[in-house]
Design a protein around this ligand. Structure first.
Ligand code: CP
Length: 322
C-alpha cells in the first residue's frame, strides 16, 4: 500500500506488520522520546480541516522522531478563506515537495479523493464519522502491550488470532465515531469478540445484521469485557437526538466506580480522547489504575512512526518500478 486510508480493507497480517513495526520503533526511540534519522530528507504535511490535539501533534512528532521535516497547514488562516478548493490546497502543499500528506476533514472519503489526486502517500487522520485508522491501530497496540501474547511481534504468530479470546466493547456514540469504525474492523480482523454498545439512537441496526454483538445497556455486558473503549458523544456532528440527554447518557453508559466493582479485576479502560469527564467516564476511572488513556497517546506516536516508515518504503519501491 502507498496510502493508509482505512482499516476495513487491511488484512490481519498487514495489521500485524504495522503494529509490530510500531513496537520496534517505540523500543528504538526509548518509548517514542529519542530521535532517529531513518527518514531524514523527507517531509510530512499535516492538512487539518478539523480541530485536533492528539493526532496532529503526534503525527508531527512521529515525523520528527524519524528525522523528517514537517509542514503544518490549518484551514483557518489559509487561502481556503479566499475560495481555494480542498484538492487545489492539497496539490499546492504537495508541490512544495512533500512525501506524505496527513489529512483530517469533516467529510467522509476526502483522504480517498486525495489518494487519487496526489502522487505522494496519503494518510487518513479522520474523515468525518467514517474512519480514523491510526487511532484504531494505536488502540490495538495498547491492548496488545497490556494483554496480548508475549510473542505477538513475531511474524510467525497467527495474526488473525492475536486477540482471540478477548472481549472488547466499543461504548457510546457509535453513529458518529470514526474511532469506533476503525477499531471494529481492526479488532475483528485480529480475532477479538467485539461488542458494540450504545443507545439505540446511536447504534445502527446494521451492525447486528452483519454479525456483531450489539448491547444497549452497559450494565448487561460490563462483567464480561476485557477492554472497554469509551467514546464521547460528538455534539459537533449535529447531535439532535431525542434520546439520550447528557444526563441519561451518563446514567446508562458512564464507566464509574460502581460499574468498575462489577467489572473483571484486570479490565483495561480506554478512551480515544478528548474525554468528557462525568459523561462517558468519571474522573476516578479516567485517572484510576485500570486506565491506559495516556499510554494510548504515547502509542499514537509509535503507530504514526510505523505508518510513515512503511509507506515511505512502499512509495520508494513503487517509484523505482515505474
Ligand atoms: N483521538 C483523537 O483523534 O484526538 P484529537 O481529536 O485530539 O486528534
Amino acid at each position: 500500500h502507498q496510502n493508509l486510508l482505512d482499516l476495513e480493507r487491511l488484512r490481519s497480517d498487514e495489521l500485524q506488520a504495522i503494529l509490530a513495526t510500531a513496537q520496534t520503533l517505540k523500543n528504538l526511540t526509548d518509548g517514542c522520546r529519542r530521535k532517529l534519522s531513518l527518514l531524514s530528507g523527507k517531509t510530512c504535511a499535516n492538512l487539518f480541516f478539523e480541530n485536533s490535539t492528539r493526532t496532529r501533534n503526534s503525527f508531527s512528532l512521529a515525523a520528527k522522531r524519524l528525522g523528517a521535516d514537517t509542514v503544518e497547514f490549518s484551514s483557518s488562516g489559509s487561502s481556503v478563506a479566499k475560495g481555494e478548493t480542498f484538492v487545489d490546497t492539497a496539490k499546492t502543499i504537495e508541490a512544495m515537495g512533500v512525501d506524505w500528506v496527513v489529512t483530517r476533514h469533516h467529510t467522509p472519503g476526502t483522504p480517498h479523493l486525495l489518494a487519487r489526486e496526489l502522487k505522494c502517500s496519503v494518510l487518513n487522520a479522520g474523515d468525518g464519522p467514517h474512519e480514523h485508522p491510526t487511532q484504531g491501530l494505536l488502540d490495538i497496540l495498547t491492548i496488545l502491550q497490556n494483554r496480548g501474547p508475549s510473542d505477538w511481534t513475531d511474524p510467525g504468530v497467527n495474526a488473525s488470532e492475536l486477540l482471540s479470546g478477548m472481549t472488547i466493547a466499543m461504548v457510546g456514540d457509535i453513529a458518529h465515531s470514526r474511532t469506533a469504525r476503525s477499531n471494529i474492523w481492526g479488532l475483528k480482523a485480529l480475532g477479538a469478540h467485539v461488542i458494540i454498545c450504545g443507545p439505540p439512537t446511536l447504534v445502527s441496526h446494521r451492525w447486528e445484521e452483519i454479525g456483531f454483538e450489539v448491547a444497549h445497556r452497559l450494565d448487561d455486558i460490563v462483567q464480561r469485557c476485557d477492554v472497554l473503549n469509551l467514546l464521547r458523544i460528538q455534539f459537533e456532528r449535529q447531535y439532535t437526538r431525542p434520546f439520550p440527554s447528557v444526563r441519561e447518557y451518563a446514567a446508562l453508559y458512564a464507566m464509574n466506580g460502581d460499574r468498575m466493582r462489577r467489572a473483571k479485576e484486570d479490565i483495561l479502560i480506554m478512551a480515544p480522547g478528548p474525554i468528557n469527564r462525568g459523561v462517558e467516564i468519571t474522573p476516578e476511572v479516567a485517572d484510576g489504575p485500570h486506565s491506559v488513556i495516556l499510554e494510548q497517546v504515547t502509542n499514537g506516536i509509535a503507530v504514526r512512526m510505523a505508518a510513515l516508515w512503511l509507506l515511505a518504503g512502499a512509495h520508494d519501491r513503487a517509484s523505482k518500478s515505474n
